[in-house]
Design a protein around this ligand. Structure first.
Ligand SMILES: Cc1cc2nc3c(=O)[nH]c(=O)nc-3n(C[C@H](O)[C@H](O)[C@H](O)COP(=O)(O)O)c2cc1C
Length: 187
């Protein structure tokens, strides 16, 4: 697939099933991530790979977060939260390990990790798989960060759920790029 086709056609699959990208394909996806722009060569990226057999443990992290952050939570709600880990056969948490001091502001380190995540979405799509970028409360939670080997100062930019798309692109309306473009100075 041409790069421009991947850029213009990518969509987030709504039903991600087996097979997940195999190890070699995942390697290419992660290599594409490290082509992200990176001011000051900070290399802030961390890619925390959660394979199929470890999804139940990840689901427990999600459920634990819900339990800690909501006053009263039903068993059904906890089970729904656990099931989120099974949305796809492979999950990669993408994070920025932040160097707070120094020339490069944290926002730029986070943006680099975001660019890495976007490279991963496109590489995944170009290689015949699909992925969806999710965050939610767990991405901003210190307990979840700690469990994933990160510190409070670090940023989880997203959980990329990856697999094979079982449904196709659907009919999500796509924006007209002209609506978001201005010429400066205005005339
Ligand atoms: C930083 C970030 C966080 C997101 N978090 C969520 C999320 O938690 N849940 C969700 O349904 N979509 C989330 N999305 C949006 C989806 O990844 C996706 O882009 C959206 O459903 C539109 O689909 P598309 O990628 O086909 O345009 C997030 C997107 C970004 C960039």
């Amino acid at each position: 697939m041409q790069a421009i086709d991947a850029l213009l056609q990518r969509y987030s699959g709504r039903s991600l099933v087996e097979p997940a990208p195999d190890e070699a394909t995942l390697g290419l996806i992660l290599e594409s991530a490290t082509r992200a722009p990176d001011h000051g060569r900070m290399r802030p990226w961390r890619f925390i790979v959660i394979r199929s057999e470890d999804r139940a443990a990840f689901g427990e992290l999600l459920a634990d977060h819900l339990r800690r952050t909501k006053a009263s939570v039903s068993d059904e709600a906890l089970e729904r939260e656990r099931r989120k880990a099974f949305r796809a056969p492979l999950i990669v948490a993408v994070a920025a390990v932040i160097t707070p001091e120094g020339k490069i502001p944290p926002i730029e380190q986070i943006l680099s990790a975001g660019a890495a995540a976007q490279n991963m979405l496109h590489a995944t799509f170009a290689l015949g798989f699909n992925a969806v970028w999710k965050t939610g409360g767990p991405a901003y939670d210190d307990g979840v960060k700690r469990s994933l080997g990160l510190e409070s100062k670090d940023a989880i930019v997203g959980f990329l759920y990856m697999g094979t798309d079982a449904e196709g692109p659907g009919n999500l309306p796509r924006p007209d790029w002209r609506e978001y473009v201005q010429t400066w100075p205005a005339r």
